[in-house]
Write a protein that binds this ligand. Structure first.
Ligand code: C6P
Length: 402
């Protein structure tokens, strides 16, 4: 893979030659192809979808629906009706909590999640438990950033109705054994929701092989625009679920007394959707598919291997959940330097990393720290940038510790 050629596809690096962007778990930069796709929609065929009886509306509808097919192929879903466009992972999870959870959970039932979850995969379940009377249970994590699945019978019981798990941790980069979790959950007749926000951009995903019931992800973390993401759900589940939001598009008939619903997946896409962003997501999927997800994973593995070696040269630096076989996300603290101070100093060198709790406060509680620094890599990063990060951290420590 020619990284220089890849970087040339991303105008932000031409406009900001000093920028070293290492906050890719938060959001990713956009290739010219995605930016052009958004512009072309607005300049050439901007119109609403599924309702206009004229040429440009039909063009927009075709482009929007073709992204549904691309999204289904990208995650190996067999049926494009299983793809619902949402604003992103957060909305996808909330959709399941309301539409599936509202109908299927009651007092005495249990939802099983893990201590590794992002707040987006905790709060919707806490709210659902308040509404339904169900109880929330947590699979614990070990201090080295893995799920502790040593006593599955303690957690997977006949009360378990839904299991929600993060596929790749946004804090540690740990890739969880989702296939095993699906098997344990299905053995007790529970459904499984996978938070795929951090896996879909970095590794090939096959929801059919995983056999998960729901899979949520965001476009902006995989080169696409903000404001768009998707929920994969097994079609038979979508069929039986109640609508999430009510409004135009999601209905078949409306009378003053009652209404009937559109076919899936449109039953879950009320109102005018983020048309441009969905079409832009299609361009992002094309870009990643052309590179090949196995190549994307390989680039990231090389960067991760290199970064682990380089960061280990810094005295007093502690990596949380450090291991070779995980995603290219490194959370760390160094000496007594507060993570926000370190991120601030690195910013003065042009280096963007994230500092804080990463919307995963239960992990911070488990680690016994208020916050960490986090460097996360993507296909356009280079080893030179990792060298600059290492030098930057060393300088910052010197400034603090005199
Ligand atoms: N994590 C991070 O810096 P949205 O905001 O809906 O696109 O994605 C939410 C979300 C859900 N699950 C996981 C595993 C995530 O990592 C995120 C977003 C960002 O780690 C922002 S907090």
């Amino acid at each position: 893979m020619n990284i220089t050629q890849i970087r040339n596809d991303f105008p932000i690096f031409t406009h900001n030659p000093e920028l070293i962007f290492l906050d890719n778990a938060s959001t990713t930069q956009k290739p010219q192809a995605v930016i052009d796709t958004l512009r072309e929609y607005y300049e050439n065929y901007n119109s609403n979808i599924h309702r206009g009886i004229y040429r440009i509306a039909e063009e927009a509808t075709a482009a929007y629906e073709s992204t549904r097919n691309k999204t289904a192929s990208f995650i190996h879903a067999e049926d494009s009706r299983s793809i619902v466009f949402t604003r992103g992972t957060t909305e996808s999870i909330n959709l399941v909590a309301y539409s599936w959870g509202g109908k299927n959970l009651k007092a005495g039932d249990e939802i099983l999640i893990t201590e590794m979850e992002h707040h987006s995969n905790i709060i919707p379940w806490q709210l659902l438990c308040e509404r339904s009377g169900a109880a929330l249970k947590y699979i614990p994590i070990t201090k080295d950033g893995k799920l502790d699945l040593s006593e599955p019978d303690k957690y997977f019981t006949d009360k378990t109705k839904l299991v929600c798990v993060i596929h790749q941790s946004n804090v540690f980069g740990t890739v969880n054994p989702v296939e095993e979790i699906v098997r344990l959950a299905h053995n007790c007749d529970a459904k499984v929701l996978v938070d795929g926000a951090q896996i879909a951009p970095h590794h090939a995903v096959d929801v059919t092989r995983l056999d998960c019931d729901f899979f949520a992800f965001s476009g902006h973390k995989m080169l696409g625009p903000t404001g768009v993401g998707a929920l994969y759900a097994k079609p038979e589940l979508l069929e039986e679920m109640d609508p999430f939001l009510g409004g135009g598009e999601m209905i078949r008939t409306v009378s003053m007394e009652s209404s009937t619903w559109n076919d899936i997946p449109w039953k879950f896409e009320a109102g005018t959707p983020n048309i441009a962003q969905v079409i832009g997501l299609g361009a992002a999927i094309d870009y990643l598919s052309e590179l090949g997800m196995e190549n994307v994973s390989a680039i990231e593995k090389e960067l991760h291997d290199y970064a682990r070696v380089k960061l280990a040269e810094i005295s007093g630096l502690k990596i949380y959940g450090d291991r070779e076989d995980k995603g290219a996300v490194i959370s760390f603290n160094v000496g007594n330097v507060h993570s926000h101070d370190l991120a601030h100093i690195l910013d003065t060198f042009g280096i963007a990393i994230r500092a804080g709790h990463h919307c995963a406060q239960p992990i911070m509680q488990k680690l016994g720290v208020p916050a960490t620094n986090r460097a996360s890599f993507y296909l356009y990063n280079t080893k030179e940038e990792i060298d600059r990060l290492t030098e930057g951290i060393m300088k910052a420590v010197e400034m603090f510790e005199g």
